[in-house]
Design a protein around this ligand. Structure first.
Ligand code: AMP
Ligand code: MN
Ligand code: MN
Ligand code: MN
Length: 277
């Protein structure tokens, strides 16, 4: 069995259609997959059927704020039709729309006009995100790469990093757990927090009812993995793992390709909660 519990389809900022994501997962040996698009279920919900050989676990990656930072919380195994989940999804849709207007204004003030209409075209029928604005900056020659678009204009602390509209950590945790799912701190090492701040985040997450954290996320060093395993142990959280695959090639990690959970972890699939459809 190989679980990949974090990846993106083109319903958010991934490159592949949900069916192609499933087929690629199967050919990489994944047996259990959660498609965790940003703030939407529409990717995996659009599948006519799950290709044979793969178990699909209901998934999402919610955006929220905690202590002035944008934090991502993965939800797994929830009842997608539960009213609290529906409330959460519509709040996030609204937040993304409002945020896009503000990002557009801020970029225009920097002299980059027309961001929103371009971003809407790139997003098509999907929700708008910062990667669409990054593509606008790139295709108009304002930056040389997507990375530079984030570094200069859209990443943490830059003008296009609008956090105010996201819900609080405890809200998103309650949407997931209220719908019978497991809440998981996504890629804890990626926030570049001090150890003390990361421990405070985990404590707040636990107090909100969160049950798990990603101990293995994409490609990370052994040292990071073993520190994450220690934290999961200290705070009695289940350990999750996922590639955070967005598309073939760099900088994204391939589906199903990551090191295994350290032995002392309690794997999230042993919680008995992950409903498989
Ligand atoms: P959003 O959910 O709209 O705030 O967009 C955040 C997404 O942008 C993240 O989930 C990443 O997939 C993507 N992203 C963040 N930083 C970078 C970067 N430096 N280069 C390319 N994509 C990035
Ligand atoms: Mn993403
Ligand atoms: Mn994330
Ligand atoms: Mn992700």
């Amino acid at each position: 069995m190989l679980y990949d519990l974090h990846c993106h389809s083109n319903a958010s900022d991934g490159k592949l259609a949900p069916v192609d994501l499933c087929l690629r997962a199967i050919s990489n040996g994944v047996t259990h997959l959660a498609i965790t698009d940003h703030d939407t279920l529409s990717g995996w919900q659009s599948l006519a059927e799950v290709p044979p050989g793969l178990s699909l676990i209901n998934g999402i990656e919610y955006s929220c704020v905690w202590s002035g930072m944008t934090i991502h919380i993965v939800g797994l195994g929830f009842d997608s039709l539960h009213p609290v989940m529906q409330t959460g999804l519509s709040r996030q849709l609204e937040a993304r729309e409002q945020r896009a207007l503000i990002i557009d204004e801020r970029l225009a003030r920097l002299g980059f006009k027309g961001g929103l209409s371009a971003a809407r075209i790139y997003a098509g029928e999907n929700q708008i995100g910062r990667p669409h604005f990054a593509r606008f900056l790139l295709e108009n020659g304002h930056v040389n790469s997507m990375n530079q678009a984030f570094d200069k204009y859209l990443g943490a602390g830059k003008p296009g990093d609008v956090k105010a509209l996201w819900p609080e950590l405890h809200d998103v945790v309650s949407w997931i757990t209220g719908a019978g799912g497991l809440a998981v701190i996504a890629h804890p090492a990626r926030y570049k927090m001090t150890n003390m701040k990361l421990r405070r985040l985990i404590q707040a997450f636990r107090e909100a009812g969160g049950q798990a954290m990603e101990v293995v996320s994409g490609s990370q060093s052994r040292d990071v993995t073993s520190y994450m395993a220690q934290l999961a142990h200290d705070y009695e959280l289940f350990a999750s793992q996922g590639s955070d695959f967005h598309g073939p090639g760099s900088p994204w990690q391939e589906l199903g390709r990551f090191e295994s959970l350290p032995k002392r972890c309690r794997p999230i699939w042993e919680s008995g909660v992950l409903a498989v459809s």
